[in-house]
Design a protein. Sequence first.
Length: 360
Amino acid sequence: MKDRTVYLVLENGKVFSGHSFGASGETVGEIAVSTSMVGYLETLTDPSYFGQIVVQTFPSIGNYGVIASDLESDAAYLKAYIVREWCQEPSNFRCEGNLDTFLKDQGVIGLYGIDTRELTRIVRAEGSMNAKVTFDISNIPAIVEELKSYTIKGAVDAVTSKEVAVFKAEEETVAKLAVLDLGTRLEFIRAFTSRGCEVTVFPASTTAETILEGGFDGVFLTSGPGDPTENTAVIETVKTLLNNGTPLFGIGLGHQILALAHGAKTEKMAYGHRGGSQPSLQLGTTRIHNTPQNHGYTVVRESLPEGAVVLYENVNDGDIEGLAYNGEKAFSVQFYPSRDVCADYDRFVDMMKGGDESCR
């Protein structure tokens, strides 16, 4: 019901009040703060937000409505969407609908009128925490106990493709690429088809043997949600592909899983990197890329195996954001390569065509 008062209860007992839009109901999820100033449609349809309650720090959301071509997947996987101000009358020449209707259609609970600045400060000070969207705050201690036991499970299984799908190269085919879908975004597929790759997307449960039988020139490991260590079968699949000498490129969760397959460790971050303004230093240069990211786990630097080479690191906190492996056709980045970081896609396509193995 529009304008109905609704509450957000944090795991630390703090309560925020706001109003309901989009789908109506109650839910529990992990708070994730997105600092993106634009691209709320991409945020809403990024499978990496599975199981989370997303908070937008930009104050006004919905101003350009809903544009189908800007969506990154066919569904919204987040639990709830929190904004300071919901724009009820969008204005854009590409606008095809409004945010309220979109959230209702997707079954995503929306809250507006929340003090997102104070909420963000709490998460930044105390770290990531769970929260509940509810209409009833008569028993806060019971809600807090409920929140302490919540964890995100089965994330990749929930968002991965259910069937194999093939996307033709936009022009002449230069390579056949297998995509192991851990929660892919459409931008990844477009990046490869525009570079002459015929892309075959496989569910995350696909075995290495099935992929190897397909005669592909390389395998791409997509981004995705959840704890990377939970994906034990995928890690074993990647190990087999590595042993076979298959060229591999990972982004986001794919970056973490590739590191785990090499024996490294991952750990949960205090509040993750989410949004479109993360500064990534390309080591060996003075170039800093302004990158979009969406992850709550990181590769532990001290656990890196011999031969692992750090390609990028976050300027703010030193987080490892790119890795290569000496003697192997395998590398990865933590961020989503944007228009000014296209070299990573180009590097991998060259690798599939028999290029340099150094990844540098």
